[in-house]
Design a protein around this ligand. Structure first.
Ligand code: GTP
Ligand code: MG
Length: 323
């Protein structure tokens, strides 16, 4: 009896459970990005009416029902948050300078964004992290698995093998702990975070990489008219990533390009894509610049707790190193 009741409490409602929402309306809503009740719960009646082609009254009813059924989350007491914060760990970059810039390495339970122009080394750095996270804790690793969401087909096992060998790790073993998924468009990319959450129940995933965070969004939502939608989806995506980081005490590293030609909104050519949404959701933002030869300059920007600063790193055959 008790079991049955528990099960009922846990029932997950879908869009079709809402009053006046049939399969056609549900489809329209999903296409517009309202895939979850929580999104409907916080929607404006007017937007919803426009998107679903219904009256505002009907939209209000849907929103009211969504608020009732949605899993809106709950309050946590400070001590619970404190306990979680105490578990926060740091992942080494394999460069002492770089680690010092970050106060010891990339922090778990947060998102670190690497942005810079093509060839600046973003993909190289996340490959290095995918190896490092497998190191034992006393060597700066997190003794964990990696999920690599690859949107540009730039994951290279050969490169991982080189970096692993350089650290004295068995390349095959290292590759076995990297779970790679290609994401073919932005929706697919967002879905992969749900999949990642499932995979993390099976393996001790301590690092989630999205390379590139913004490329699909940028290519798919072109022009002023679609900017609001792009930003809304990116915002949701980053919230999902942060949730992943929190729940799994994991490091999340995402890459982002800078616009090479002045964008209509973010005019400066060195401005990262994704504007304020990405900026506000990333806990640490690193700007990578090319320098002479294999040298790269890494700058920490707008960190909440660390001083801004920059260091030089080298991209070598062995991986990321101090010059
Ligand atoms: P986009 O994805 O195009 O925006 O660029 P990115 O920032 O991801 O650049 P990426 O990390 O792919 O950097 C490529 C650069 O890394 C190359 O131009 C090389 O300078 C360097 N690199 C890549 N592999 C090696 C290697 O095996 N040895 C050395 N020494 N350098 C390498
Ligand atoms: Mg790249």
């Amino acid at each position: 009896m008790i079991m049955a009741k528990k099960k009922e409490e846990k029932k997950e409602y879908t869009l079709e459970d809402l009053p006046g929402v049939g399969s056609a309306t549900a489809e329209k809503l999903r296409d517009a990005g309202y895939t979850d009740l929580i999104e409907l719960a916080v929607a404006s009646p007017k937007d919803l009416a426009d998107i679903a082609g219904i009256g505002e009254g009907a939209a209000q009813k849907i929103i009211a029902a969504a608020r009732k059924y949605a899993n809106v989350g709950q309050f946590e007491t400070g001590d619970v948050i404190y306990e979680r914060r105490k578990k926060m760990t740091k992942l080494t970059t394999a460069s002492k300078n770089f680690d010092e810039l970050l106060g010891g390495g990339l922090e778990s339970q947060s998102i670190t964004e690497l942005f810079g122009e093509f060839g600046s080394g973003k993909t190289q750095i996340v490959h290095q992290l995918a190896v490092n996270v497998q190191l034992p804790v006393d060597k700066g690793g997190l003794d964990g698995h990696v999920i690599f969401i690859d949107t540009e087909n730039t994951f290279r096992p050969e490169r991982i093998a080189q970096m692993a060998e350089a650290l004295g790790l068995n390349p095959e073993e290292v590759l076995k702990k990297i779970h790679v998924a290609r994401a073919f468009n932005s929706h697919h990319q967002m879905l992969m975070v749900d999949k990642a959450m499932e995979l993390a129940k099976e393996y001790p995933v301590r690092l989630l990489i999205v390379d590139s965070l913004t490329a699909h969004f940028r290519a798919e939502y072109v022009g002023r008219g679609s900017l609001a939608e792009r930003q809304q989806l990116l915002n949701r995506h980053m919230h999902d990533l942060l949730r992943f980081a929190d729940i799994n005490n994991a490091v999340v590293a995402v890459t982002n390009q800078v616009s090479s030609k002045p964008d209509m909104f973010y005019g400066d050519p060195t401005t990262p894509i994704g504007g304020n949404i990405v900026a506000h959701n990333a806990t640490y933002r690193l700007y990578i610049r090319k320098s002479r030869g294999n040298k790269r300059i890494v700058r920490l920007i707008d960190s909440p707790a660390l001083p801004d600063g920059e260091v030089v790193i080298n991209i070598t055959t062995e991986g990321i190193r101090d010059p």
